[in-house]
Write a protein that binds this ligand. Structure first.
Ligand code: FDA
Length: 394
């Protein structure tokens, strides 16, 4: 039996932050992971450059059934605290946009930093170790794997959500939570592209696959985002779609403003007065790519010289450009989702320490909890903050 103070299940973002924080306090820490490598999602993140935090992190950037839960941890370990560690390790970084901080070089800079901090503090990491059973025993826990048994006083579940199973994601954390009497709120894929099945619409998206439209405003369920939209062979993607997907439920309609910097109807009337002989398609290709202008005219409007439209027709075209309503068929699911929405009900977890209110010594951190961030570095900031909160007390 191997005896340590703290066992953390999951060597991802939250688990490594918790490990280094607890080990720096002198706790004997062991991190167990079933995967053959620590931090696989960190390595894949941000297109290989890891969007490791966001300068404008606020509780409003997170979705949770219990929106107050994230506040305490986020306030006690902020984006600036993580940035200070990045700077201490002399990792070059830059702001891409909207406060999103990325590595200049590789995402592995962040993983190397975390592993180095763990090693210096004495936290051990054991990979290829799936846990077969957990029992509460006395004032701690006994864990069994195929090869060993372990005893710890504090047990931290940092096994993440369900997104991208090929990167090692499992529902194990939910299983452990249920074993100790916790409720799991329904889970679904978040920050994920939409699929379209309507044949005409799908053909439209597919023909434009790879085309992006800058600064679209997409709205659903009283939430809206302004970012770039990308057409794909199967539907719609791009940052603005990923953001709104977290607020979308099957059957909901979304509204897309393709030309959000102007009132399209008023602009068309103005252009009609100035260029009466210009074809609509030519005018639209000043705003969209030529191919997109062409396809918009084929699918939605007839392209004729502007003088041939009456005011109502121009207003209708404008409305369609400013408020394209569509119902996505679904999402690409956990295969490509960046996060899992829902998870362990935070009403049953302390927001200060991340300790279970049902089982003393048991902690939950990171994505396994019902806290999910917007796109832009917020999910890592939640992993760092919740990992740090638990690491200070385990
Ligand atoms: P995480 O998933 O990081 O770690 C969980 C660990 O638990 C893994 O190592 C896994 O192997 C292990 N595990 C799972 N089941 C287990 C079991 N049964 N036994 C033992 N171990 C087990 N966020 C962001 O802020 N900026 C970004 O740039 C990106 N980019 C990005 C790209 C892609 C492709 C994805 C999929 C996700 C992102 N994210 C992101 C989201 C971010 O990666 C995510 O929110 C955090 O990694 C969550 O951290 P956790 O530590 O909670 O889980």
């Amino acid at each position: 039996m191997r005896v340590v103070d703290v066992i953390i299940i999951g060597a991802g973002a939250a688990g490594l932050m918790c490990a280094l924080t607890a080990a720096q306090r002198g706790r004997k820490v062991l991190v167990l992971d079933h995967a053959n490598k620590a931090g696989k999602k960190i390595l894949m993140s941000g297109g290989g450059r890891c969007n490791f935090t966001n300068m404008y992190t606020e509780p409003e950037n997170f979705l949770s059934t219990n929106p107050h839960f994230c506040k305490s941890a986020l306030a006690r370990y902020t984006q600036w605290d993580f940035l200070a560690m990045v700077q201490r390790h002399q990792i070059p970084y830059h702001e891409k946009k909207l406060g999103q901080l990325f590595c200049d070089n590789k995402a592995s800079d962040i993983l190397t930093m975390l592993l180095q901090e763990c090693a210096e503090a004495g936290a051990r990491i054991q990979l290829n170790t799936p846990i077969t059973a957990i029992q509460a025993q006395g004032d701690g826990f006994v864990l069994h794997s195929n090869q060993h048994s372990f005893h710890c006083t504090s047990l931290v579940i940092a096994s993440g959500g369900l997104s991208i199973p090929t990167l090692g994601a499992t529902g194990y954390g939910y299983q452990v939570a249920e074993q100790f009497g916790h409720s799991i709120l329904p889970t679904r894929a978040g920050l994920v592209p939409f699929t379209i099945t309507d044949p005409q619409l799908k053909a439209f998206c597919s023909a434009l696959s790879g085309t992006s439209v800058n600064d679209c405003v997409v709205a659903c369920n009283d939430q809206s985002f302004k970012e770039d939209l990308l057409f794909t062979h199967r539907g719609l993607s791009g940052p603005v779609i990923l953001q709104i997907s977290s607020y979308w439920q099957p059957g909901d309609s979304i509204s897309i403003d393709l030309i959000s910097d102007r009132d399209a109807g008023a602009w068309l009337i103005e252009q009609q007065a100035q260029h009466p002989n210009m074809e609509l398609r030519t005018l639209l290709s000043e705003v969209f790519t030529r191919k997109m202008a062409q396809l918009l005219c084929e699918h939605w409007f007839n392209s004729t010289p502007l003088k041939q439209y009456n005011a109502k027709q121009l207003a209708d075209i404008g409305r369609k450009l400013n408020n394209w309503q569509l119902v996505p068929a679904g999402t690409e699911g956990y295969r490509t989702a960046e996060v899992t929405l829902g998870g362990i009900d935070t009403q049953e977890v302390s927001s200060k320490t991340m300790e279970s209110k049902k089982q003393k010594g048991l902690y939950f951190i990171g994505e396994v909890l019902d806290v999910s961030g917007h796109l832009g570095g917020f999910n890592f900031q939640w992993a760092w903050a919740s990992g740090h909160a638990a690491g200070e007390v385990v």
